[in-house]
Write a protein that binds this ligand. Structure first.
Ligand SMILES: [Zn+2]
Length: 137
C-alpha cells in the first residue's frame, strides 16, 4: 500500500530478527521477572529508528502487559509484583530502567523502600525517565 506501511513492515521484520540475540541473552526467561513460558519481544518507547537489541526486551505476557500500561497509571498494590524489588538491580540497563520505572508506580511500602535503597547510575536514571509504553501495533 503506502510507503509508510512498507516501512512499518520492514521495521517489524528487523525487530523480529533481533529475537535470536534476545533469546540468547534472556536464556528463555522473562528479562523482568525471570519466569519462563511464552515470551515476546517488547520495545519500550521511544523506539529508535532502527531496532536496537539494547532497547528491546524479551518479556512474558504479564510483564509485557505492565510495560504497556499508560505512563501515568499506578500499578496495583500487588505482592505478586515483588520481583520488581529485585529486578531494579538488573545488570542489563534496559531491564533495570524498566523495572525502576514500574517499581516507582507500585503503591506499597516494599516498592518505595526498594527504590529508596537503590543507587541508580545517571544514565540509567535518564533512560528510566525517558521510557514510554511500546507503540501500538
Ligand atoms: Zn515477566
Amino acid at each position: 500500500m503506502s510507503r509508510g506501511r512498507a516501512a512499518v513492515d520492514e521495521r517489524r521484520a528487523e525487530l523480529a530478527a533481533l529475537g535470536k540475540d534476545l533469546a540468547r541473552r534472556a536464556r528463555s526467561r522473562c528479562e523482568l521477572c525471570g519466569e519462563g513460558g511464552s515470551l515476546s519481544v517488547v520495545e519500550p518507547g521511544p523506539v529508535p529508528e532502527l531496532p536496537d537489541v539494547d532497547r528491546a526486551l524479551l518479556l512474558c505476557g504479564p510483564c509485557a502487559g505492565l510495560c504497556a500500561l499508560p505512563a501515568g497509571r499506578a500499578l496495583p498494590a500487588d505482592d505478586g509484583l515483588r520481583f520488581l524489588a529485585a529486578s531494579i538491580w538488573a545488570e542489563l540497563p534496559i531491564a533495570q530502567a524498566l523495572a525502576v520505572r514500574l517499581c516507582r508506580r507500585v503503591p506499597t511500602a516494599w516498592a518505595r523502600e526498594a527504590v529508596d535503597g537503590l543507587y541508580l547510575a545517571p544514565q540509567i536514571e535518564a533512560l528510566a525517565d525517558g521510557l514510554e509504553p511500546p507503540a501500538e501495533g
